[in-house]
Design a protein around this ligand. Structure first.
Ligand SMILES: N[C@@H](CCC(=O)N[C@@H](CS)C(=O)NCC(=O)O)C(=O)O
Length: 202
């Protein structure tokens, strides 16, 4: 199968990690969605990465759907629990982590605009989304809904979101007063799948 993506996208990283953790071989097709000559739209009309093309020629997007597709292959280890409500909880945490990535991405795009066109109010709004969502992640850890050594879709997505904040230096104080989240990130960053998908140094 082919994963269409860019090395800096946290959504793509999440999918690469799921595939690596399950030992699924894939070809990485490097596409830059923000460049004019990008070929991404031939895989996803929304022009976003990731997209996954299977050996049967089916194309799947966006990243939560790709994650579900990968899980349907039934290859161990399972990244989503079998029990439906527990599975829904894991997917909700994935949505939370994806939302942190979205807010991080909006912040980066906003800061890339000429200074006079940047909106401080918009940057604050995005920072608040990130901060509230990170607080919820810390609370989920405190409540034992996930643990710092859980490796599943929820924790992988959270660690990818944190990796993106670190990479783009968005909300650099994210680790203050969130000790469990720090431990979770440290634990997952040590895994080979995370080491192999680190975004390139700027
Ligand atoms: N909800 C989507 C978000 C994907 C996304 O925003 N990808 C970014 C790269 S990190 C992208 O391709 N953006 C191009 C664009 O918005 O035109 C997913 O989970 O796959």
């Amino acid at each position: 199968m082919k994963l269409i993506g860019s090395y800096t996208s946290p959504f793509v990283r999440k999918i690469s990690i799921l595939l690596l953790e399950k030992g699924i071989t894939f070809e990485f097709v490097n596409e830059q969605p923000y460049q004019a000559e990008t070929g991404v739209a031939q895989y996803n009309p929304l022009g976003k990465v990731p997209a996954l093309v299977t050996d049967d020629g089916e194309t799947w997007f966006d990243s939560p759907i790709i994650a579900e597709y990968i899980e349907l292959l039934g290859i161990a280890p399972a990244m989503v629990p079998r029990e439906p409500k527990a599975a829904l909880m894991v997917k909700q945490i994935e949505a939370l982590a994806d939302g942190i990535m979205d807010a991080g991405l909006v912040s980066v795009r906003e800061q890339a605009r000429p200074a006079a066109q940047q909106s401080e109010a918009e940057l604050v709004r995005q920072r608040e989304k990130i901060s509230r969502s990170l607080d919820m992640c810390e609370q989920l850890l405190q409540d034992g809904k996930i643990s710092t050594d859980t490796v599943n879709l929820a924790t992988i997505a959270i660690a990818c979101a944190i990796g993106y904040l670190n990479f783009r230096r968005v909300s650099p104080g994210w680790c203050v007063d969130r000790p469990l989240l720090v431990k979770l990130a440290e634990t997952l960053f040590q895994r080979e799948s995370f080491a192999r998908t680190e975004p390139p140094k700027a």
